[in-house]
Design a protein around this ligand. Structure first.
Ligand SMILES: Cc1cc2nc3c(=O)[nH]c(=O)nc-3n(C[C@H](O)[C@H](O)[C@H](O)COP(=O)(O)OP(=O)(O)OC[C@H]3O[C@@H](n4cnc5c(N)ncnc54)[C@H](O)[C@@H]3O)c2cc1C
Length: 434
């Protein structure tokens, strides 16, 4: 490998592949270094017995930055929406969520005043201006705006599902409400899983001339006189660079940079509040309770979703379902035992164990490495690291208000724009996109 590049991208997940493709298409000499043996990061899909397992249930937000950026890059994202019929898990029982006039009339979950409260909540969600909520926490907003405790449970369940986090005391109300509004505009489960995005991005990056190296474990980002100079890899290789886009988590990035404790990287690491989940993903021969396709936990932070109702994720017509538990702060270090997830699955899909073809249990996986929370000293992160010229950050923790994969895509674009504005080492080149 030639050992000098205009930009080295650390990480071959969504953020890294988007950044690398765009920089290579703009004429830069780019290398992607991914420490794992394959690309995709948390957007990878594992194929087991003909079933496509994302890492936990993944849905793309149709009104979000990831969808817009990927579509503009020519990435196909074929798929289908989840079931519109939503159930609730309450007191270990599954009941229809009051979402239509009929279910509103018949639901046992809400009192009359609760029903009026729920209608008012949706009106409030419609009219609320997230930008005006400043640093108010989700809990503070919910307690000020919603009287009925069951309606509050419903709001929190909706917020958990839209943000993939269970942190109402610290999540910023404005950012959560923005995400809930966005999720209500539609989401899509992708045919073949999110690996289809990763594979297309890889093709586009390579076609534009980017060098991609999986198994490329970066051990240090060397800087000199306030500017990045080179990368050191675990195998002893050195790569000279003008720019680095790091998509590693803030804790990992701080380890890569000597003297990070004297830079903004230290604050980003210290203030990070990741959201973590435990997931049980199952390929089943049949669904014991075929009517329950989407279930929101109201008294427990669970979410169940059947992805093969409309999306093609198995080759033989069998079923793929995902159960996630959003972990509270006290649960984050340990994760949740598989047996606890299995118990909840038994309420939702009794007898599921007999139908298992393949499964994937993720005891604790970081959904995002940081969120917008009350303890952040600044709401926006990146794109540049102020103290080190040429070092940029991207990834789902590098948010300017976006969440999840939307933050990965939006931050990758910000890093690319910042690099291209420096005008260093750009050589116009004809870009062929396959
Ligand atoms: C259970 C679950 C469900 C989710 N559901 C959704 C959803 O429904 N909708 C949505 O929008 N988002 C969802 N997400 C989030 C989404 O998957 C992530 O935000 C996105 O994939 C992150 O991409 P990234 O490139 O920012 O980070 P990553 O995918 O983590 O990529 C970073 C890469 O950097 C590599 N790396 C780190 N350090 C080094 C190093 N030193 N050297 C070389 N390489 C390094 C890592 O190996 C990794 O591959 C979900 C995530 C999870 C876990």
């Amino acid at each position: 490998m030639n050992n000098h590049f205009d930009t080295a991208v650390i990480g071959g997940g969504l953020a890294g592949l988007i950044a690398a493709t765009k920089l290579a298409q703009a004429g830069q000499k780019v290398v992607v270094l991914e420490k794992a043996g394959r690309l995709g990061g948390r957007a990878m899909t594992n194929k087991k017995n003909g079933a496509f397992f994302n890492l936990g249930g993944h849905a793309i937000y149709l009104a979000g930055e990831a969808y817009a950026v990927l579509q503009e890059m020519g990435i196909a994202m074929e798929g289908a929406p989840p079931s519109a019929k939503v159930h609730a898990l309450w007191n270990s029982e599954v009941e229809l969520m009051p979402a239509t006039p009929l279910t509103m009339m018949t639901t046992k979950l809400l009192s009359w005043s609760g029903k009026i409260g729920l209608v008012r909540l949706f009106a409030k969600l419609n009219s609320a201006n997230p930008d005006a909520l400043g640093r108010m926490s989700l809990r503070a907003w919910a307690e000020a705006e919603i009287e009925d405790p069951m309606v509050r449970h419903m709001l929190y369940a909706l917020c958990r599902t839209a943000t993939y986090a269970h942190d109402p005391d610290c999540q910023l109300a404005g950012s959560v409400l923005r995400q809930v509004k966005r999720s209500l505009k539609g989401v899509r489960y992708l045919h073949g899983g999110w690996q289809t995005i990763v594979d297309q991005l890889e093709q586009h990056a390579r076609a534009a001339g980017a060098v991609i190296r999986s198994g490329g474990d970066v051990k240090a980002i060397v800087h000199h006189e306030g500017a990045v100079q080179k990368l050191l890899l675990a195998d002893g290789a050195e790569i000279g660079v003008s720019h680095v886009v790091s998509t590693a988590p803030p804790s990992e990035l701080a380890k890569l940079v000597q003297g990070a404790e004297h830079t903004t990287l230290h604050r980003w690491k210290e203030e990070a509040r990741p959201s973590i989940a435990s997931c049980l993903d199952l390929n089943l021969r049949k669904l014991p309770a075929p009517g329950s396709n989407v279930v929101l936990g109201l008294d427990q932070p669970y979410f169940f979703s059947h992805h093969t109702l409309n999306a093609k994720l198995t080759e033989d017509g069998t079923y793929l379902v995902h159960l996630v538990r959003y972990l509270s702060e006290s649960e984050r270090a340990q994760g949740i035992e598989e047996s606890s997830l299995a118990q909840v699955m038994s309420i939702l899909q009794p007898g599921w164990e007999k139908e298992v073809i393949a499964k994937q249990y993720l005891p604790r996986i970081a959904v995002v490495h940081d969120t917008l929370h009350t303890g952040r000293s600044e709401l926006h992160t990146g794109p540049g690291v102020p103290e080190i010229r040429g070092l940029y950050v991207a990834g789902d923790w590098v948010t300017h208000g976006e969440m999840l994969a939307d933050a990965s895509a939006a931050s990758a674009v910000r890093a690319v724009n910042a690099i291209l504005q420096t005008g260093v080492s750009q050589r116009p080149r004809v870009v062929h996109v396959s």
